[in-house]
Design a protein around this ligand. Sequence first.
Ligand SMILES: Cc1cc2nc3c(=O)[nH]c(=O)nc-3n(C[C@H](O)[C@H](O)[C@H](O)COP(=O)(O)OP(=O)(O)OC[C@H]3O[C@@H](n4cnc5c(N)ncnc54)[C@H](O)[C@@H]3O)c2cc1C
Length: 314
Amino acid sequence: MVKTCIIGAGVVGCYTALLLADKAEITLVEKSPVANKPCSGLFSSRIFEFLSFPKKLVEARFEEIEINFGKRKVTLILEQPLYAFNRKKLEEYLFSLAKKEVNDVIIDRAISVTKRAEVFLERSGKMKFDKVIACDGALSTTRKSLGLPSPRFYLGLQYFIKSKEKNEKIRTFATQHGFIWEIPRDGKIEYGIFETPEIARKIFGKFLREKNLSVHNLRGAIVPCGIVTSPYSNVFLCGDSAGMCKPWSGGGIIWSFTAAKIMESIFPNLAKANFFVKKVFFTKQIFYHRLSKLVRKCSFLLPKKIRIDTDWVF
Ligand SMILES: Cc1cc2nc3c(=O)[nH]c(=O)nc-3n(C[C@H](O)[C@H](O)[C@H](O)COP(=O)(O)OP(=O)(O)OC[C@H]3O[C@@H](n4cnc5c(N)ncnc54)[C@H](O)[C@@H]3O)c2cc1C
């Protein structure tokens, strides 16, 4: 069996561990096993093609998204439902499954990774593997220690209020490079922003103050957009470490799971997996980025209602 280290037991690391469980002897390394990543957990129904998730993870289901470009309103009619998962529960669920399938779980921080698949851990020291799969998030230690470039960084901020209001749709408000969202879910309303780090807090603060909401207790995390693949045959980057978020919405999970499946289908040939993943996602990213800029500029040309494949959005 191929001795494989998966760094990061977030959703992508855990899903990858489940995929490879029969093909590799897996060591899963996680620096902090408490799920707390801020994320809206919105996924198109395609998420169920990857794994059968229990219904209790889903907090809401939507068929429409209203986009506000200033005074102009455009409604996206979603061809498949969009599901709002409870992100914390999703992460805990995947971790509980992955723990049962892997050979070892090490709670430690990877401080450096080499192209020869050596992993240096803060407390446990050096470990040698045949392959390393880095799912260590937006600020990936693996990406940094291999000297690979960083993707473009956006900031995602989240804020929740309690509410019994029944609302069947998601509302979004276009900002300079991204958008603010309002998602009604399970007794709460989630507000959030996806914007460049320099202006995200300022714009979101103004929006919340106008709604008489507090600007304290914001939760935030980096959203990396821009595919970075490993040039090394023993190392594969997946998820946020590889910048696999859609520049359109910041959604990262469906693309990351797709990349993990591509990799699994040709495992242990990671050189080929790196090549294919770059081929599939590099042009997609550029296309989405340009299209998102164009739509923002020419929003006045858009019809009031657009039917859209939900997969395009999240
Ligand atoms: C506010 C917000 C809203 C979002 N909403 C959506 C959405 O609705 N839909 C969607 O698809 N995506 C969304 N995203 C993006 C999505 O959350 C990410 O793409 C996804 O979490 C990436 O998962 P990951 O496993 O690659 O990274 P992470 O979830 O960041 O997991 C990385 C894991 O690696 C561990 N780790 C990091 N460094 C080390 C190290 N050195 N050693 C050991 N372990 C390490 C971390 O502790 C963590 O557990 C959103 C993001 C934000 C910020």
